[in-house]
Design a protein around this ligand. Structure first.
Ligand SMILES: Cc1ncc(COP(=O)(O)O)c(C=O)c1O
Length: 410
């Protein structure tokens, strides 16, 4: 049974009565990063204190232990996504995965005039690599129009597709508005037209069941730190036949078979081809533990609970005088809002003074403010360990802030 009080006991940041500004910490910035449970911390510590060695680099037992851990982690990630093991590439996170797609796939396989579809709500990591490819190769980055709420719909994808469209690269769940895209229907339509689909799963993989085979997506990018794992590690899923068509954009040890003085070299097959240099081994230990932890709670339970939190929060927050909520109806546990007449950063700073961690600004989606017609917003985002009491604390703080600056300086 899902028991948030019990779950909180697994997280030192939550059970140790962490304070911020001398007040009990209310952490509502989970779209940014998440807390780590004991099992993750313990496994990282185990590598650092008992099993330290490099991967693929030795004939002694410690290396074998590490190699086995890496192999098993890859297998666990593959099972989590319903992928095959050799379709999972370790990266440093969603950003690195998306860059691997742009420069590993796009640079080699796309040409001048080819169109890549994105949306205005994409994170910088899913726009700037494509902008760079536009500079380098001459591909054309085009935007799928959002509907009036801020959703990406199949209809709008259809409006943006032309005979030159080669790739659609969009977030499964927006990190600002929290709308969930029906990737399956978009993949089906795109594939009928010979278009590939890249799914930025940074905000979906930690919160909702993903089956890459059922979705039939071509690429999926995500980070471990947004799903209770450590920073600096993540994964790229890509279909085997697509990985074979890609070149690595990072080369070095661990990814080659041979190289010679005449500058010829041979790469290992995927996924090793894309994993140049020493891997983030402690990150992989933590990633594995995080996946297993999420599975022990149940991803469906997590999603259901976050939706319950979202409904609860919307209901309560709507009563705050002057509040504007931009995404009442979105699926994810993310609420983006402003208080009329209050600058978002002042609001977030005020919340900080109450021990509440929420993010303000443009949330790395710097084109979306044009759509929202707002310079910036405040975002509160939940995870499996967020409580209704924490949401009450947020609402109470917002209620008290008729004039936020007065309240802040009081
Ligand atoms: C939708 C989305 N994509 C990509 C990223 C980048 O993730 P990372 O910084 O872990 O590489 C984020 C991070 O906030 C995100 O929310």
């Amino acid at each position: 049974m899902f028991d948030v009080k019990k779950i909180r006991q697994d997280f030192p940041m939550l059970r140790n009565n962490t304070l911020m500004q001398g007040k009990p910490l209310v952490f509502l910035d989970n779209a940014s990063t998440t807390f780590k449970p004991d099992v993750v911390i313990n496994d990282i510590t185990k590598y650092l204190t008992e099993e330290t060695s490099n991967s693929h680099r030795g004939d002694y037992d410690l290396c074998f232990t590490v190699d086995t851990k890496i192999k098993n982690t890859r297998k666990h990630i593959a099972e989590f996504l319903n992928a095959d093991e050799d379709e999972i590439v370790f990266t440093t996170g969603a950003t690195n995965s998306l860059n691997t797609i742009a420069f590993g796939y796009g640079y080699k396989n796309l040409s001048r005039g080819d169109e890549i579809l994105v949306s205005v709500e994409e994170h910088a990591s899913n726009l700037l690599p494509w902008f760079r490819l536009q500079e380098l190769v001459g591909v054309v980055v085009k935007f799928i129009p959002l509907d009036e709420k801020g959703r990406i719909t199949l209809n709008n994808v259809k409006k943006a597709v032309t005979s030159k469209t080669k790739l659609i690269s969009i977030a499964h769940v927006s990190n600002v508005l929290g709308y969930k895209v029906d990737m399956k229907e978009i993949c089906k339509y795109a594939h009928e037209k010979g278009i590939l689909v890249s799914c930025d799963g940074a905000q979906s993989v930690p919160h909702t069941k993903i089956d890459v085979k059922d979705m039939d997506v071509d690429f999926l990018s995500f980070s471990a730190h947004k799903m209770c794992g450590p920073t600096g590690i993540g994964a790229l899923y890509a279909k085997k036949e697509i990985l074979e068509k890609m070149d690595p954009f990072s080369l070095g040890g661990g990814m080659n078979v041979t190289f010679h003085q005449d500058a010829t070299y041979k790469c290992l097959p995927a996924p090793a081809k894309f994993e140049a240099g020493t891997l983030n081994v402690e990150g992989i230990y933590g990633f594995d533990a995080a996946i297993q932890y999420i599975q022990s709670i149940g991803i469906d339970n997590i999603e259901k609970y976050e939706q319950e939190l979202k409904a609860y929060a919307v209901e309560k927050m709507k009563k705050v005088p002057g509040i504007v909520i931009y995404n009442e109806e979105s699926e994810a546990g993310i609420i983006t809002f402003n208080i009329k007449g209050v600058f978002s950063q002042d609001l977030a700073t005020f919340l900080n003074s109450r021990g509440i961690a929420a993010r303000s600004g443009q949330h790395c989606a710097k084109i979306l403010p044009d759509f929202l017609n707002e310079l910036s917003t405040v975002r509160a985002s939940f995870y499996m360990y967020t409580t209704k009491e924490e949401i009450d604390a947020l609402v109470e703080a917002l209620m008290k802030g008729g004039d936020f600056l007065d309240a802040y300086f009081a």
